[in-house]
Design a protein around this ligand. Structure first.
Ligand SMILES: [Zn+2]
Length: 174
């Protein structure tokens, strides 16, 4: 089992964007059609777009905390409901080795949301790069971005927290 969890944007946010067609910065949104260069990926299902896919672009700030490192930028999702990424113990192969290859940058943050490390892939797989970032115990979470366009792709949490909590409860005498 990997030591991390790859998370797409929250399903509630994707639903809100599709229903209201206004993002949290107040931008009026519209649907565009992906051409052969519009690979995305969709930040909900984490699959690259194919020509003809209907998508919505909106402003997104990936950190839960309000912080100067919480960069707001454009991301795309499918205009129609899609299944949020499920295989969270591994970095999505469709992003790493999809029909269009693009370089990834991995940024690591502490629990205050301050960026404390950043790496380009250097001959390793995305999974290996993520594992190596989390060796530093002060890394609380990481973000993966398109290293060329700068856009946010996915959030990475440490895995196992939920299981640890479950074990604590099970071993309690109460
Ligand atoms: Zn999608």
């Amino acid at each position: 089992m990997s030591k991390f969890k790859v998370l797409p944007i929250k399903p509630e946010l994707a639903q809100e964007i599709r229903e209201k067609m206004i993002d949290r910065d107040g931008h009026q949104l519209f649907v565009s059609i992906a051409n052969e260069n519009g690979y995305g990926p969709c930040r909900s299902c984490l699959k690259q777009f194919v020509t003809g896919d209907r998508r919505i672009v909106f402003s997104y700030s990936p950190n839960d905390v309000d912080h100067p490192y919480n960069e707001t930028g454009p991301i795309y999702i499918h205009a129609e409901v899609c299944e949020p990424y499920q295989n969270t113990h591994a970095f999505p192969p469709e992003v790493e080795n999809g029909r269009i290859k693009f370089p990834l940058v991995f940024r690591a943050y502490n629990d205050k949301g301050v960026m404390i490390d950043a790496r380009l892939q250097n001959g390793e797989t995305a999974n290996e790069t993520i594992e190596s970032l989390f060796v530093n115990g002060t890394v609380a979470f990481a973000h993966v971005r398109n290293a060329q366009a700068g856009c946010f792709v996915a959030h990475i949490d440490r895995a196992g927290d939920e299981n640890e909590n479950t074990e604590k409860i099970e071993s309690s005498p109460c």
